[in-house]
Design a protein around this ligand. Structure first.
Ligand code: ADP
Ligand code: MG
Length: 408
């Protein structure tokens, strides 16, 4: 695969860069500009070469199924990319940063033609086009015709086969134009690939899996079972496993339609799949001064639900992590949004901190990554993925992502 480093003679070339500027924002106020910052190395590299950049990204959701056109207009307004252009301009002092309110047609073409060497054009939200999420071929062909080179740097969107992520590069390839990976993509793909294809030196390979639903994670569990030496289970999904093994789980969340799957998984793992031996439980999920919180070994009594792994499990899991040479973690161990139920998730962070420098450690998943940052462990991990869904899908699909495969 080509990378931005292998692109030469950039002067005057129009480069379409698919970035992930899907930033958290409300009414034009950007809460966190991390995603814009993460794309800067690729942008700067391409600008240094004297190219003209056409940046494309989606922002938020526009539900095209909505029958009321006024509501669609509201959704568009709520996900207007113009404020992102201002934020980008601030991060690129001295660079001409332009914004195109048009997502296709003559006006967009003119805006591209007006670009000078070393300038940037950020195009309005790709999802303003109904055809984006359907990978509409006419739309993709039009976008592809705007540029001489394609660069993919939107890891968080690489699991989606949309017009801007798969349609465009396929048309550009057909036209004999170069397609390449940006720096952010390279880093993500390299680091996650190691979790997909561990080497002998990476063993023991320990996976930590938590979060809410077994059904959301079946493909991840299956894939990790094939690759890992140990899988440590926590989060709400642990109770489906416990129930499947005949344990009492009180009022804990459970997926009854996944019991057979969980049992089969546990048996096939042959001792490699570990479940919590104790739990933090409560009689009331919502925070209130009267609620009871306690720690129980083994089963969970009626009237209570499990909300975090207990301290014995935390020690057991930390012990497993201390032996690991490779760690992949997805899914919090408990309801980490509530202070009373954070300890299990923090324990995993501590276990990773303890092997810093000795093991390669990766966290992937939207909520897990935000927990790692929230608790101040970002620098203890070898890699915290920027793409929630994309990092999981890469593990699930043995390293394959539509937005990457198209560049091969
Ligand atoms: P990720 O985004 O990292 O893949 P998930 O989305 O699968 O993770 O799960 C995260 C959610 O799971 C969090 O909101 C957390 O509160 C919830 N969760 C974890 N453990 C429990 C539990 N025991 N009961 C209820 N919710 C839980
Ligand atoms: Mg999540």
């Amino acid at each position: 695969m080509l990378t931005v480093d292998s692109l030469h003679d950039l002067k005057g070339k129009k480069v379409y860069v698919r970035v992930d500027f899907n930033v958290p924002q409300k009414n034009g106020v950007i809460r966190d500009n991390n995603r814009i910052v993460a794309a800067l190395p690729t942008i700067k590299k391409l600008l240094e070469g004297g190219s003209r950049l056409i940046l494309m990204s989606h922002l938020g959701k526009i539900k095209w199924k909505e029958p009321d056109p006024a509501k669609i207009e509201e959704m568009k307004k709520a996900n207007d990319m113009a404020p992102v252009a201002l934020a980008l301009a601030e991060l690129l002092p001295g660079v001409g940063v332009h914004f195109s309110p048009d997502t296709r047609g003559e006006a967009l073409k003119k805006a591209v033609e007006a670009l000078k060497d070393g300038e940037v054009l950020l195009v309005q939200n790709t999802r303003y086009e109904k055809g984006e999420e359907k990978n509409d071929q006419e739309l993709a062909a039009e976008w592809a015709s705007l540029a001489d080179i394609y660069v993919m740097d939107a890891f968080g969107s690489a699991h989606r086969a949309h017009a801007s992520t798969v349609g465009v590069p396929s048309h550009m390839k057909e036209a004999g134009k170069p397609v390449a990976l940006g720096y952010l993509m390279l880093k993500e793909v390299e680091n996650l690939s190691r979790c997909v294809e561990p080497s002998e030196a990476d063993r023991p390979y320990v996976a930590v899996l938590g979060g809410f639903k077994v059904s959301d994670k079946i493909k991840v569990i299956d894939s990790l079972l094939k690759k890992c030496d140990k899988i440590l289970i926590g989060g709400a999904m642990a109770y489906t496993f416990k129930k499947a093994l005949g344990e009492e789980i009180g009022d804990s969340p459970v997926e009854l339609d996944q019991l057979d799957y969980a049992k089969k998984c546990y048996e096939e793992a042959n001792g490699r799949l570990l479940l919590p031996i104790d739990s933090v439980v409560t009689d009331k999920f919502e925070e209130s001064p009267e609620r009871k919180i306690m720690t129980v070994d083994g089963g969970i009594p009626a009237g209570f639900e499990g909300v975090d792994i207990g301290p014995k499990t935390a020690e057991l899991y930390k012990g497993e992590l201390s032996k690991a040479h490779l760690v992949f973690w997805n899914g919090p161990m408990g309801v980490f949004e509530q202070k009373d139920f954070q300890a299990g998730t923090i324990a995993i962070c501590d276990g990773v901190r303890a092997i810093k420098g000795k093991a390669f450690t990766v966290c992937g998943g939207g909520d897990s990554a935000s927990a790692v940052k929230q608790f101040g462990y970002r620098d203890d991990f070898s890699h915290v993925s920027t793409g929630g869904g994309a990092s999981l899908e890469m593990i699930e699909n043995d390293g394959h992502l539509p937005g990457v495969d198209i560049l091969r």
